[in-house]
Design a protein around this ligand. Structure first.
Ligand code: B1M
Length: 212
């Protein structure tokens, strides 16, 4: 993790104050927000996940690291703005039913907002019924679903089915993502798009709506 060792260690420890200071320090010494995010914060969360898998840390530590990362991300937000742009489209985002992971979804929201999309974030544990209700109410161009657990991925096709049943499927594009989700899975469940990270979520969303 090279240059971001101190940042990484503070995120692993869940030391918000130190991690925020390290993030600011990295910005002040010329690191790009993109590198801090990818090589500093996201890489560290992968390390946190590995430690959890090995039984070296437990849920409370994982949660502290997550909170620490979220605080650091706040400092990076202004750097992902593409400038004053009129809305490129409306995006409804949520982490699917049964799933509480929201860091990735929040990054997708941040990057999309920065790129000029209007975001409505429904938060975590969003049921298919809630997605349907909000699509009816807000008429978004894209519904974005995030899942981090293999056990909650089935809520994605369930949501697509619920949109079909409500007669809304052809009125909205569906994008999915999250660590266990793949392009192949997106094709299987007939989502319109899959993105592996927040940056490509922006380019895929632009492509879906034919905007630049
Ligand atoms: Co959880 N957890 N967790 N966890 N957790 C994982 C996902 C896990 C892989 C850890 C592990 O075992 N190695 C594992 C899942 C195994 C599996 O199903 N395959 C796991 C588990 C098992 C669990 C619990 C069941 C643990 C337990 O209670 N025994 C539990 C489940 C709770 C629930 O959801 N019901 C649980 C709980 C938690 C915490 C609450 C403690 C915390 C989440 C806090 C929070 O999010 N506010 C947490 C964390 C932090 C993780 C890890 C360590 C980190 C996740 C993360 O934030 N990554 C994670 C290990 C890992 O992923 N390596 C793990 C950083 C983030 C930027 O990446 O979310 O992948 P990611 O998002 C990326 C892309 O995927 C993509 O863009 C993002 C940015 O580039 N993307 C999209 C995401 N959504 C997208 C949507 C799009 C497009 C792209 O379009 C709409």
């Amino acid at each position: 993790m090279g240059d971001f060792k101190a940042l990484s260690e503070s995120v692993i420890k869940g030391d918000v104050k130190a991690a925020v200071a390290e993030t600011q320090n990295a910005l002040d010494t010329g690191s790009s927000a993109q590198d801090i995010l990818n090589e500093g914060l996201i890489a560290t969360m992968n390390e946190v996940g590995e430690r959890f898998s090995k039984g070296l840390i437990f849920v409370p530590q994982m949660l502290r690291s997550a909170k620490t990362m979220q605080e650091c991300t706040k400092l990076l937000k202004p750097f992902f703005k593409e400038g004053d742009v009129t809305s490129k489209g409306k995006v409804l985002l949520g982490t699917v039913k049964g799933d509480l992971h929201d860091i990735g979804k929040n990054l997708v929201a941040m990057m999309m907002e920065g790129a000029g999309f209007t975001i409505t974030d429904l938060g975590v544990g969003v049921s298919p019924e809630k997605f349907v209700q909000k699509v009816q109410e807000l008429k978004p161009d894209i519904v974005g679903m995030s899942a981090l657990l293999s056990t909650t991925m089935p809520a994605m096709p369930q949501t697509i089915e619920a949109l079909e049943k409500a007669g809304l499927r052809d009125k909205v594009k569906v994008m999915i993502g999250g660590a266990p989700v793949t392009e192949k899975y997106a094709q299987k469940i007939k989502a319109d798009s899959y993105a592996s990270d927040a940056g490509s979520a922006v380019s895929k969303a632009k492509k879906l709506l034919g905007v630049s």
